[in-house]
Design a protein around this ligand. Structure first.
Ligand SMILES: C[S@@+](CC[C@H](N)C(=O)[O-])C[C@H]1O[C@@H](n2cnc3c(N)ncnc32)[C@H](O)[C@@H]1O
Length: 312
């Protein structure tokens, strides 16, 4: 599958990204037939604003090629964790790429890392963890919602990621992570309503030299409680940050060119000064401008470290 390695040709059961516009992308499972509401097997036809696509026609096509729809066309792309985050079916709130990039960087995730995550939710962050830890690492992901666990397992299997991930149906605040993981984990990530309750369990799971911790919380009260518990449990380097992505707009600006030589050599009298304000020459520049409004708060990221050789 192309989540695990690059591919040139689309095969049955691949997940592909149908790119219509920058704002309109869809993830499609390449299965020729699907069940309708009456539980009958029917041809899989995907509807878009540019018309319908018979999904079976994708089989054998090259990734990156243009596909004809009944009222237009689109591109079929290989899936990546970033495109999956943009297109996945939401079962919960998800973590988006600006936060994901900081999480991976701060948790020092690399090939071979052993990572614990809770909750699994819609698996948005999980896919980025998986790309970073393959081929030798492992993701242990926990959620107390059974159906979300089942769907996540199905999606990981469809994406060829089964060997690198284990999904646990478990309440991590009351039951913690499994005993087999004690002292073996490089990084713990929490996206929970009450992360402070899972902090002692994270402490148990993390390696006792330099293990990294992160919690994502929308509310500052959750952050405060989590920081207090982290400190109480012996974590150090406790740091909370918020990631705000600013998108600059490209635009053309017309700028008046002032006669600077004149200004430098002579102090202009009143009439000349007025005249100077009247532009003699104008130049056009392609430049950028910060947006007047921007997407606001998503959540706070709290990071912490277990000090080397911390005695539990
Ligand atoms: C916001 S979602 C996580 C989204 C995920 N980070 C993503 O990027 O797709 C939070 C998840 O935590 C799970 N959850 C909440 N409390 C939990 C607990 N005590 N133990 C395990 N899972 C829990 C919920 O069922 C939910 O699926």
């Amino acid at each position: 599958m192309s989540f695990t390695k690059p591919k040139t040709t689309i095969e049955e059961n691949d997940t592909v990204i149908l790119y219509l516009t920058v704002q309109s992308l869809h993830a499609i499972d390449v299965v020729p037939f699907i069940k309708n509401k009456k539980d009958e097997l029917v041809e899989n036809v995907f509807q878009t604003n540019y018309g319908a696509l018979k999904v079976k026609d994708l089989i054998g096509m090259k990734y990156g090629s243009r596909v004809t729809l009944t009222k237009g066309w689109a591109y079929v792309l290989q899936p990546t964790p970033e495109l999956w985050t943009q297109t996945l079916p939401h079962r919960t709130q998800i973590i988006y790429t600006p936060d994901i990039s900081m999480i991976l960087f701060q948790l020092e995730i690399k090939p071979g890392s052993v990572v614990v995550e809770s909750g699994t939710g819609s698996g948005s962050l999980s896919h980025s963890f998986l790309r970073a830890i393959k081929p030798l690492g492992h993701l242990h992901t926990f959620d107390f919602h059974e159906q979300r666990c089942d769907i996540a397992r199905y999606e990981f299997k469809m994406h060829g990621l089964n060997d690198f991930v284990t999904v646990y149906h478990r309440d991590v605040c009351t039951q913690g992570f499994t005993d087999e993981l004690d002292g073996k984990v490089d990084a713990v990530f929490l996206d929970l309503p009450a992360p402070h309750l899972a902090v002692p369990h994270a402490m148990k799971a993390l390696k006792n030299s330099g293990g990294r911790f992160c919690s994502f919380s929308p509310c500052i009260e959750q952050v405060q409680r989590c920081c207090e518990t982290l400190e109480h449990n012996g974590f150090v380097e406790i740091q909370t940050m918020e990631i705000l992505q600013v998108e600059e707009y490209v635009k053309t600006k017309v700028i008046n060119v002032l006669d600077l030589d004149f200004v430098k050599t002579k102090k202009p009298d009143e009439a000349e000064a007025k005249d100077l304000k009247t532009p003699r020459e104008q130049k056009k520049y392609v430049t950028t401008q910060a947006p007047f409004t921007m997407p606001g708060h998503t959540g706070y990221l709290t990071f912490a470290t277990i000090p080397p050789l911390f005695a539990r």
